[in-house]
Design a protein around this ligand. Structure first.
Ligand code: NAD
Length: 511
């Protein structure tokens, strides 16, 4: 791939920097990483990682910049984000190309990811005039009780490989209007996309009156660099997206220093297909949710809980859809299934298929590596469907690949129990035309997930709602609705505008 023009300002002697603090690129003092494109296994660009000391430098700069950024009025902060959104619009194709190259996403999904960033900019601009507090009735005469939201501080963002731009944007665009500054540790697989994303903010900030130097910084590296960020007490909030294993480690460290963590972790998403379901619509939703991004979305469909009467027909329909799926180079027009991120992901998929068979499952289709008609050096696989007699142990784990289990049910109670009977709680859906079933699924005794869909698939959330999930998914909420509150601190102010000093709860003290 030609080096993206968006990266050129950051390169040092043709190599990617270890960190970029504001507009300043610094050669990494840590080990050099050699990430490969999932498309063909070719090295992307050598990337040096930064040292612990360099992580510290970025945090010091972000702290200094926070001290001035928090004083800029929120609507003015929103204006900066508006300009970022405009610049991203102009560079959408080039940014999407990097996402495609480093994460292996097909073009339409890579562009969709950048569109998500543009959408969240618009949301954040509106929000910049709506960071509302409350005025609360005071129990004391001549007193006002006012709840206010203040900027929180410099925040740390850790992101996963599969959404190399959008996850940061959900956090960063909202945090910027809240008055925070950002230090971002992207996935070691997608450093170049991160540098290009950061460049968008840098270019706008350079010509924006009142924007401090280190509004946004990127620190490059693996889990070790992430650990330095997480442990640093100067960061009041760590927003971390990735596996549950990573989230547990982050929660422990941030919890021990009594910091705040916002966790967006693994999912194990299911769809219930009820007797009254529109099966043709369901098939379209299932295929997108199960094989989109080659099954590497946190919201990918992993479990299909199908009413026993539909199992045979639906399985046949899906098998025939899967048979004609265009698998191959994600850069080519018409491809719907791109590569897995690496060989290890393929091996994990094979291990799960084997475990499913040992637990009574029957492989209906897929699971084979694809070597013809795909770029050499990439890991391409046929999406798999496995029919299970019941929900077994392997179905309780997230396998990050296009592998979907089909399991029959007889009653809705049984289906919901199976649906909720896994450790994760991210996204869920039901296909039904029965209004009672739909509402039951959305109710307190229905899905226990953060995202609940009726007659839509599990993946492809809009930015307007709060995104996130329960249980091992981590409990965090990002993007829309009132997620912004996590990037601010709440203060409850009591103002006495009288001449007496009445105490709360009517306490008399020395009177
Ligand atoms: P991963 O956990 O391997 O890595 C994620 C990030 O965490 C990387 O930047 C990595 O360097 C860093 N990291 C790893 N260990 C760390 C530690 N101990 N301390 C600090 N940082 C650490 O995940 P991945 O393979 O990049 O992404 C796939 C996973 O992410 C899947 O489980 C998927 O479900 C999840 N995911 C969740 C969401 C969500 O919103 N819930 C979104 C995208 C991906």
């Amino acid at each position: 791939m030609n080096i993206s023009t968006l990266l050129l300002p950051n390169l040092i002697d043709g190599a990617a920097p270890g960190c970029v603090i504001g507009a300043k690129s610094i050669a990494g003092a840590g080990p050099v990483m050699n990430p490969k494109s999932p498309i063909n296994g070719q090295p992307t660009l050598p990337v040096s990682s930064c040292s612990t000391a360099q992580v510290g430098l970025a945090i010091v700069a972000a702290t200094g910049s926070f001290n001035s950024w928090r004083l800029v009025p929120a609507p003015r902060r929103g204006e900066l984000v508006r300009q970022v959104g405009d610049l991203v619009r102009k560079n959408k194709a080039e940014l999407a190309e990097l996402v495609c190259w480093e994460a292996g996403k097909i073009r339409a999904e890579a562009e969709g990811e950048i569109q998500e960033w543009i959408d969240v900019c618009e949301f954040a601009v509106g929000l910049s005039r709506q960071l509302y507090g409350n005025s609360i009735a005071s129990e004391r005469p001549e007193h006002h009780l006012i709840e206010q939201w203040q900027p929180l501080g410099p925040i740390g963002v850790i992101s996963a490989f599969n959404f190399p731009a959008a996850v940061w944007a959900w956090n960063a665009m909202v945090a910027l209007v809240c008055g925070d500054t950002i230090v971002w540790k992207p996935s070691e697989q997608t450093s170049l996309t991160a540098l290009a994303c950061h460049e968008m903010v840098t270019r706008v900030a350079a010509n924006f009156e009142g924007a401090p130097e280190a509004l946004s910084s990127v620190i490059i590296g693996d889990a070790e660099v992430g650990k330095s960020l997480v442990a640093d007490e100067r960061l009041p909030l760590i927003s971390a997206t990735g596996s549950t294993r990573m989230g547990r480690a982050v929660a422990e460290v941030v919890g021990a220093r009594l910091g705040r963590s916002l966790l967006e972790l693994g999912g194990n998403n299911a769809m219930i297909v009820a007797p009254s379901a529109d099966l043709d619509l369901a098939v379209r939703a299932i295929v997108f949710a199960a094989v989109g991004t080659c099954g590497q979305r946190c919201t990918s469909l992993r479990r299909l809980i199908v009413h026993r009467d539909h199992v045979h027909k639906l399985s046949k329909q899906l098998q025939s859809s899967y048979a004609s799926l265009p698998i191959g180079d994600p850069r080519e027009e018409g491809t719907l299934v791109g590569p897995l991120v690496n060989e290890a992901a393929f091996e994990r998929m094979q291990a799960s298929i084997e475990a499913a068979k040992e637990q009574g499952g029957t492989l209906l289709c897929g699971g084979e590596a694809r070597s013809e008609g795909v770029p050499a050096g990439g890991v391409y696989v046929e999406p798999a469907l496995v029919l299970m007699p019941e929900q077994t142990e392997v179905m309780r784990e997230e396998t990050f690949a296009p592998l979907t289990y089909v399991v029959p049910y007889d009653t809705l109670d049984e289906a919901i129990a199976m649906h909720n009977g896994v450790p994760q709680g991210l996204s869920s859906s039901i296909f039904t035309t029965d209004v009672r079933e739909a509402h039951r699924f959305m109710s307190a005794t229905g899905s226990d997930c953060g995202l609940v869909g009726v007659n839509i698939g599990t993946s492809g959330a809009e930015i307007g709602g709060a995104f996130g999930g329960e249980k091992e998914t981590g409990g965090g909420r990002e993007s829309g609705s009132d997620s912004w509150k996590q990037y601010m601190r709440r203060s409850t102010a009591t103002i006495n505008y009288g001449t007496a000093l009445p105490l709360a709860q009517g306490i008399k003290f020395g009177e």
